[in-house]
Every structure is written in structure tokens, then in C-alpha cells.
Write a protein that binds this ligand. Structure first.
Ligand SMILES: Cc1cc2nc3c(=O)[nH]c(=O)nc-3n(C[C@H](O)[C@H](O)[C@H](O)COP(=O)(O)OP(=O)(O)OC[C@H]3O[C@@H](n4cnc5c(N)ncnc54)[C@H](O)[C@@H]3O)c2cc1C
Length: 447
């Protein structure tokens, strides 16, 4: 009898899991169930709002033909309401209200995450948007088309800032409100974040850091917020406080959560319940350096975990190595990237570090349009291993972050990086690669 694999959620991690299962088992009955529009890129939402991508429809990564080609049985607009791990069934209800119980041999939970709203006074009022789904994006777009001229974005993480840039590009006056003293607090150290903040402010973004949102004001609809005692009015309010793993189905089914409140998994992405896997934003995995578990909530991690779970569910063998949480973004003309631990995160983890930072150029200094780039390395003092890197620059950030991610994964020391055989030509790089110069800075401090 054909193996029955059910995947709950048909986005980044779910589609990858189903596709990988198909590669391992050509005859399996693979069913994907999702309550939402399937197979699109959430990561592209800010760029539709900003006008770089013409329409929300263009964010479809996996069209219906893809599911057909791989013989994946897709159940759209269908919500899984229960998992029974004893009988190995899931119960699903479709748009018309019809209930169906499906049997599985292997189950992959890929239910993602939902936008999070802290318990702020007045949060039940109308007009507070988030940006997680296509529908959210369309609502914000509609509000702009209906005449919104100003926006308050609550939270200065990646999504908050990318959305802020998009709205400025659409002509709105944007104020970002952040509770912590810096922007991008999960991604960059304060010294690196300052460079990004200065660039955003030059482009007209008003950034209020160290101000927690205390209250939403207005009758039925929000018209202003109080943040750090200050009143900020706007036409549009966007909550970018972060996301929370969507674990309700798992919890109701008795599938254990871990320390970070994500679904607990091992390196094969198996949960504590036999034949049940969890992947993507709802699942936790250990950090490669600290071994502390976390839900990375990045598309890159979601697809890798999905590939591992799908391969295993399809009868193969694959391991997920853990999280470095490499991430990049482009905000107007500045790119920012991170891999591994920031200096602040290393300190929180009790790791003694030495850091080195260097400001350089992306081309030979004399070459036209050479752009600034700053590289910061975080090195474990005792082993001299590189455990983190951050880069802020006008271009060429992503591939350097990727190179440093490989270096960290391979346990490279800062001494080895300082001797790296890097390439140069005036229109493409400085003679001394900035990553190598940053390594030299660390070595000087270690000496
Ligand atoms: C605006 C934005 C920008 C981003 N930019 C980046 C970026 O640049 N780089 C990056 O790496 N990451 C980025 N991310 C994060 C990335 O999009 C997520 O990490 C990724 O989507 C996670 O994929 P997932 O499959 O785990 O979960 P999701 O994409 O959340 O998909 C889960 C699906 O499961 C469905 N579901 C949940 N419960 C049920 C149920 N009971 N029954 C049926 N279906 C259910 C949900 O409706 C959803 O469609 C961004 C996210 C956003 C919102």
C-alpha cells in the first residue's frame, strides 16, 4: 500500500517538505492542507507595497501546475481542526463546512506563525494592520489607495523597517516606534544598527527608539498612539511586534513544545511523537553555536527544515544541522546582514568574545561609485573561532554574509580567515577584502 503523508500548511516549509517527500517516494499519497492561499512568498509582500513588484499575484512561487506535476494532492481553503496521534488521523473542514478525516503514516506540521500583538490598551480598536498574509498586504495597499498619508509602524525589526521603506516609497510619512534603544535589535549590534538608522533618517523615516507603545487612541478606529509618553497621530497603523509560533493544533494533540515554546524537534525534525514532524516557523531547533533552541522564523530555515522532514517522511534520511539565523535586508540604498551571534547575543549566552570592525569600500577606492561597507566579526576568545558577523554596506553584503556563514559552520578561526585567498579587481573589490581586514583587527586585539 502506498505511504500516506499529510502536510499541514502549504507555504515555504510545507511545500518543501511535500516536494522532498515526493523525491524520495514516487508512489506515496501526499496531501497538503492549507487554510490560506498556497505556495506564495511572504518575503515579497513589502516589495509589492513598495511598487517594485507589480501585484500580489506575482508572489506565487508554486502555481497549481507545480502541485499537479509532483502529484501532490492540495486541499486549499481547508482548515485542520484536530490531529489524533493515536489513530494517526487529521480532521479537516473545508470552506463549505464539510468535515473530513484523513489517515496518515507520516504527518508534517508546517503551520507557521501568526503576527503577535502585545496586550496594549485599545488594541481591540479597528484599523491596526499587520503584514503577514496576502490579505494583510492587500488591506494596507487599499488603505494607501484610499488616501492614507501617514503611517506609524510599531516595531523596528526586519519586517517593520522593510514595510516602512515601502510606505515612504509610496509617498507616506512614516514613523517607526521601537521599545528597545536601537533598530534591528535581533539582527545587529547597536554600533552597526546606528549606520542603518542614520541612512533611514536621511531618507525621511522618523525613528523613535526606547519608546514602548502604551495605548491606542481613537473612538472605534485608532487615530493615534501613546508611545513613551509621546502622542503620535497617523492615518495607518501597522503592528510589527513580531510573530508567535502557531502551535495550537500540536498542543491540543499532546505534541510537546520545547523551551522556546515552538514545537520540540530533533535533528531529523521529528517531534516527540512517532511519525510526526514539525518544520518552519512553528518548530524549534538548536542554535549551532549556543545549542540553545529557538524558532528562527526565517524562510531560509523553513525550507531547509522542510527538506529534512520531507526526506525523512518519504523514507530517506536527512539531518538539520541547526540554526545560524543568517539574514539580509535592503533598506533604500543600504544593505544589512548577519550570521551567527551578535556581540550582544554572545554576551547574553555567556561567551567571552573579541570583536573587530573595519570600514572599507566595495570597489577600489579610486574607482567610480565605490560604496562604503563595514564588516564586524565576533570571535570566541578562547578558541579564536568566528561565531558571528554583521555587515552594513551599499552593496555586496549577501555573498559576504554567506561566505562567513560557511566559515562559522566549518569552525574557521579568525587566524585562518585573515589568511584567506580572496579576489580583487578595481571595479569589484578592494585589494584587501574587508572580511580579511576585519579578521586582522580581531588578531590585533588578541595580540
Ligand atoms: C513581510 C515578511 C517578510 C519576510 N522576509 C523574509 C526574508 O527576507 N527572508 C527570510 O528568510 N524570511 C523572511 N520572512 C519570514 C518567512 O516568510 C517565514 O519564515 C516563512 O514564511 C515560514 O514558512 P512556514 O511554511 O514555516 O510558515 P508560513 O509561511 O506561516 O505558512 C504556514 C501556513 O500554514 C497554514 N496553517 C496554519 N494552521 C493551519 C491549520 N490549522 N490548517 C490549515 N492550514 C494551516 C497558514 O495559514 C499558513 O499558510 C518574512 C516574513 C514576512 C511576513
Amino acid at each position: 500500500m502506498a505511504r500516506r503523508i499529510i502536510v499541514i500548511g502549504a507555504n515555504a516549509s510545507g511545500v518543501e517538505a511535500a516536494s522532498s517527500a515526493r523525491k524520495k517516494d514516487h508512489t506515496a499519497e501526499i496531501t497538503l492542507i492549507t487554510q490560506e492561499y498556497p505556495g506564495y512568498s511572504r518575503c515579497g509582500l513589502p516589495f509589492v507595497l513598495g511598487g517594485q513588484i507589480p501585484s500580489f499575484k506575482d508572489l506565487t512561487v508554486y502555481p497549481p501546475a507545480y502541485f499537479k506535476m509532483l502529484k501532490l494532492n492540495l486541499k486549499n481553503e481547508t482548515k485542520v481542526t484536530a490531529i489524533n496521534t493515536k489513530d494517526k488521523t487529521v480532521t479537516a473542514v473545508d470552506k463549505a463546512g464539510a468535515t473530513e478525516t484523513l489517515q496518515y503514516d507520516s504527518l508534517v506540521i508546517a503551520t507557521g506563525a501568526d503576527s503577535f500583538m502585545p496586550p496594549i490598551k485599545g488594541r481591540e480598536k479597528q484599523g491596526i494592520h499587520s503584514l503577514r498574509t496576502l490579505e494583510d498586504g492587500e488591506k494596507i495597499d487599499r488603505a494607501i489607495k484610499d488616501g492614507a498619508k501617514s503611517a506609524v509602524i510599531m516595531g523596528a525589526g526586519l519586517i517593520g523597517l522593510e514595510t516602512g521603506v515601502a510606505l515612504i516609497e509610496r509617498g507616506l510619512k512614516v514613523t517607526i516606534v521601537e521599545m528597545l534603544p536601537q533598530i534591528l535589535p535581533a539582527m545587529l549590534d547597536a554600533d552597526m544598527a546606528k549606520l542603518v538608522q542614520e541612512h533611514l533618517q536621511e531618507k525621511g523615516m522618523c525613528i523613535l527608539t526606547g519608546k514602548a507603545v502604551e495605548k491606542f487612541l481613537g473612538e472605534e478606529k485608532v487615530t493615534a498612539i501613546i508611545a513613551g509618553g509621546e502622542r503620535v497621530e497617523a492615518d495607518l497603523f501597522i503592528s510589527a511586534f513580531g510573530v508567535r509560533a502557531n502551535t495550537k493544533l500540536a498542543v491540543d494533540a499532546g505534541i510537546p513544545l520545547g523551551e522556546s515554546r515552538g514545537i520540540k524537534t530533533n535533528a531529523r525534525m521529528e517531534t516527540d511523537v512517532k511519525d510526526v514532524y514539525a518544520v518552519g516557523d512553528c518548530a524549534e531547533s538548536p542554535n549551532i553555536i549556543t545549542h540553545k533552541v529557538a524558532c528562527a522564523q526565517l524562510g531560509t530555515i523553513a525550507v531547509r527544515q522542510g527538506k529534512v522532514a520531507g526526506t525523512n517522511a518519504g523514507g530517506g534520511y536527512a539531518l538539520f544541522p541547526g540554526i545560524l539565523a543568517s539574514a539580509v535586508t535592503r533598506l533604500f540604498e543600504t544593505e544589512a546582514g548577519v550570521t551567527g551571534l551578535t556581540e550582544a547575543a554572545a554576551q547574553r549566552a555567556g561567551i567571552e568574545v573579541v570583536t573587530g570592525a573595519i570600514s572599507s569600500k566595495t570597489k577600489a577606492d579610486y574607482y567610480p561609485n565605490a560604496l562604503p561597507i563595514k564588516v564586524k566579526l565576533v570571535v570566541e576568545k578562547e578558541s579564536q573561532r568566528i561565531i558571528g558577523a554583521q555587515i552594513v554596506g551599499g552593496e555586496e553584503v549577501t555573498q559576504r554574509i554567506n561566505a562567513l556563514s560557511f566559515a562559522i559552520q566549518k569552525g574557521m578561526t579568525v587566524r585562518e580567515l585573515a589568511k584567506a585567498d580572496t579576489a580583487y579587481a578595481p571595479p569589484l573589490n578592494e585589494t584587501w577584502e574587508p572580511m580579511v581586514l576585519a579578521a586582522e583587527m580581531v588578531l590585533m586585539k588578541l595580540r
